[in-house]
Write a protein that binds this ligand. Structure first.
Ligand code: SAH
Length: 395
């Protein structure tokens, strides 16, 4: 007698969502479940029809993340090996002019709740992994094994301290899963060298999703540049190569110290890094009559959930309005939002209002998004989160 696999039965509503191409099944759409935390489960539309196979979470509102659509259970290791190899081939084909990028972007690489970032230099390659659900967490050693087998890295760090893990009942931990991982890894982004702290830096050490925007922003750099919310100077350093003077601002002392250090190591003497709250600093700069030829705004996600959208919108409007006031005629504003809950139309609406209130005629020069190594899965709107709009003050 064959053993019945862990099984989940999904409501009509949940089935329709799956058919529309979304891999998430919410707990409210689960009719019946026989599974342990992190199990690979057979997903049934009703008692007979198999929708596919997915990962079960006993805690999250996202109860199942679908992996395959077939009726037979996938060989998990083979599936992960294939999808990781495809993800790597895609990045290789992009011809990225850098030695650090996101190798696996979770749902968009059909590996839900798994993130793998790659940092490399002449001394070797390191991976920083995040397993953000019960299922991928249970499979950390399998994922590490696949990475070691395919890429022969010097080390793999499990950087499992994002707060979202709490939704899965998982602890926050940072541990080496394989080999050795140094405290700092020097990587290259275009002509710039950046020193990444994989254990202690924000995210997995860098904002890799902004890499292409850093380079694009450099095209608009001239005269005086302001990089607000600079972190380690991702925008500031690229722009300093073309600008006369760059002022970089962040409220984190560690980030400001890192920006200074990176500027020094790259021989850029025209970068001033200042520890300040951007909201206050924009006001100060205006009252002292300063003007800039290019301004970058790259704040943290102001809207972490739907309930905070109104406040987030007010925050985005305030900084953009103030930045528009500080912009010289013909100057560019490179303005970002990484809040998924503030989507592109809403963000553009905020910018419109800011321009109207600031009494500035602004044109839209470019609509950009997260770098291509952070792909957007068309049927999963949640995978499109980073907007980067380039505006120009006409006169
Ligand atoms: N532009 C960076 C990433 C910025 S992440 C890059 O491309 O690499 C957002 C940054 O904003 C973080 O470094 C955080 O420390 C900083 N921050 C958050 N709130 C702030 C505030 N009110 N004023 C200044 N900096 C702030």
């Amino acid at each position: 007698m064959s053993r019945v696999p862990p099984t989940v039965v999904v409501s009509r509503h949940g089935t329709d969502r799956v058919r529309a191409g979304h891999p998430w099944i919410y707990r409210s759409d689960v009719v019946e479940a026989h599974a342990e935390p992190g199990d690979l489960v057979r997903v049934l539309a009703d008692r007979r029809r198999v929708l596919g196979w997915g990962f079960w979470s006993s805690r999250s509102q996202i109860a199942v993340r679908l992996l395959t659509a077939g009726t037979e259970p996938p060989d998990e290791r083979a599936l992960f090996a294939t999808r990781i190899r495809r993800a790597a081939e895609y990045r290789a084909a992009l011809g990225i002019d850098a030695t650090a990028w996101r190798l696996v972007h979770a749902e968009a690489d059909l590996l839900p709740s798994l993130v793998v970032d790659r940092y490399a230099n002449d001394d070797g390659t390191w991976f920083v992994v995040q397993t953000l659900s019960q299922a991928t967490d249970r499979r950390l050693s399998m994922v590490t094994g696949v990475l070691v087998e395919q890429f022969g890295p010097r080390g793999v760090l499990a950087r499992n301290d994002p707060r979202v893990r709490a939704l899965e009942g998982l602890a926050e931990t940072v541990e080496v899963a394989y080999g050795d991982v140094p405290d700092r890894i020097a990587i290259r982004e275009g002509e710039i060298t950046l020193h990444v702290a994989p254990r202690s830096g924000q995210k997995t050490g860098l904002f890799l999703d902004q890499r292409e925007n850093h380079r694009a922003a450099a095209e608009y750099a001239r005269g005086r540049v302001l990089d607000a919310f600079c972190y380690q100077g991702g925008f500031a350093l690229q722009m300093a190569r073309r600008a006369e003077q760059v002022l970089a601002i962040d409220s984190s002392a560690a980030a400001v110290a890192a920006t200074r250090e990176q500027a020094r190591l790259n021989g850029l003497e025209n970068v001033e890094a200042r520890e300040a709250n951007v909201f206050d600093e924009l006001r100060e700069l205006a009252s002292s009559g300063r003007e800039f030829d290019a301004i970058v705004l790259d704040p943290p996600a102001f809207a972490k959930n739907r309930a905070s959208v109104d406040r987030a919108v007010a925050g985005y409007k305030e900084i953009n309005l103030r930045a528009m006031h500080l912009l010289a005629p013909g100057g560019h504003l490179i303005t970002c939002s990484c809040s998924y809950n503030v989507d592109e139309p809403l963000f553009l609406g905020v910018l419109q209002q800011a321009a109207a209130d600031a009494r500035r005629a602004m044109t839209v020069v470019e609509k950009r998004m997260q770098a291509r190594d952070h792909p957007v899965l068309l049927t999963v709107p949640e995978t499109y989160y980073l907007k980067c709009i380039v505006l120009r003050r006409v006169e």
